[in-house]
Design a protein around this ligand. Structure first.
Ligand code: HMG
Ligand code: MG
Length: 322
């Protein structure tokens, strides 16, 4: 991959849908994932292994994993399907399904040739958010990570870490310590995470504070190639902050089709930056994503209609109107 290639992690089926109040059918979720897999995107967050009482919308994740393991990917692409796990129990549930399907996490030379299964685990940069999102302290959440990474490594499952509220917390405000974010990020990487996505959960990040955070991450010895940025667009700053990240050398960004989403434990937070807007911006800068913007725009319009919500992608709507 050249340095002008950006890998986009499509989080719509997980981060985008987890906060929807109305139950979304399994068929609609599978159709969304099937369509996304046809756009050229190479990583799709497909669900999360969390208790239904915490996030009811993700209750069908077992069926999604099972279906994706049985279904060859629709294109020649190498596609990684990623699942969020909050604790060891979540990973054990995932591994049980993987093994009962006779599958392994990595790709093999068979019908499943181009599909891999990955996980994401998460920690937060403030104590209040850690308590609200995972019912434990930051230190306890780090300890929860250890056995998850160990089991994932044993099963050859790639691990992504998240650090939430890196640029603002719904309970503690915008002044989250960049040093704390860097410390948690470094710990997750030392424990064996393959990459860490630093998340602006609330969308409170501004360009100068994003730059300050990136400097703190570099100063802690963290390589840009180990980092992703995850922007929610609550204040409309996601693309501005994306440019700051790009200029600093980050080449992995998370987004959701149609700008779907919100966070159940971050009141008022809107969706992730929309994939269509992100792709439009990156292509406009002469960078490559491998993603078909028109197809992505059609999916954004389709899923917004399915959910009865407004399409939150400006570039998506404009692309379809051309
Ligand atoms: P807890 O209630 O403290 O857990 O929640 P517990 O260990 O006491 O277990 C309670 C019950 O859940 C027990 O069942 C367990 O067996 C069961 P009971 O005895 O009551 O019948 N249980 C499970 N069931 C299914 N799957 C599991 C599981 N674990 C326990 N994995 C816990 C602790 C971590 C589970 C909870 O706080 C939780 O699920 N938190 C996750 C919330 C969440 O999903 N938030 C949204 C995702 S993060 C996000 O959106 C941020 C991100 O996008 C980045 C950003 O933007 O910031 C990634
Ligand atoms: Mg998020």
């Amino acid at each position: 991959l050249t340095t002008d290639h950006v890998r986009i992690v499509e989080v719509g089926p997980r981060d985008g849908l987890q906060n929807e109040k109305k139950s979304i059918s399994l068929e609609t979720k599978l159709e969304l994932i099937r369509r996304l897999a046809n756009t050229g995107v190479t990583t799709i967050e497909a669900g999360s292994f969390v208790p239904a009482k915490w996030v009811p919308q993700m209750a069908s994740t077992s069926e999604i994993l099972q279906h994706l393991l049985r279904t060859p990917p629709p294109s020649q692409n190498q596609i990684a399907y990623n699942y969020l796990v909050p604790n060891i129990k979540g990973l054990e549930n995932l591994v049980t399904i993987l093994e009962s399907e006779g599958a392994t996490a990595g790709s093999k030379d068979d019908a499943k040739a181009s599909t891999t299964t990955e996980i994401s685990l998460f920690a937060a940069a403030t104590e209040s958010f850690s308590k609200a999102n995972t019912n434990c302290t930051i230190a306890e959440s780090i300890e929860r990570v250890r056995p998850i990474v160990a089991l994932a490594k044993e099963k050859d499952i790639r691990v992504r870490g998240y650090v939430s509220v890196a640029l603002g917390c719904p309970y503690e405000g915008p002044d989250v310590s960049p040093g704390k974010v860097a410390e948690i990020t470094a710990t997750l990487l030392e424990m064996g995470a393959d990459e860490v996505s630093v998340a602006d959960t609330t969308g409170m990040g501004t360009a100068p504070r994003t730059l300050e955070l990136l400097h703190a991450l570099s100063a802690a010895g963290i390589a840009n190639s180990d980092l992703a940025l995850h922007f929610h667009d609550t204040y409309g700053q996601a693309l501005v902050n994306t440019i700051v990240g790009l200029e600093h050398g980050i080449r992995i960004f998370d987004s959701s089709v149609g700008g779907l989403g919100g966070c159940p434990y971050s009141k008022g937070a809107t969706g992730n930056v929309s994939t269509e807007d992100l792709v439009h911006t990156l292509h406009g800068l002469g960078m490559h994503t491998g993603i078909d913007l028109e197809e992505m725009s059609r999916i954004g319009a389709w899923i917004s209609e399915q959910l009865g919500r407004a399409n939150d992608s400006r570039a998506g709507k404009a692309t379809l109107a051309r």
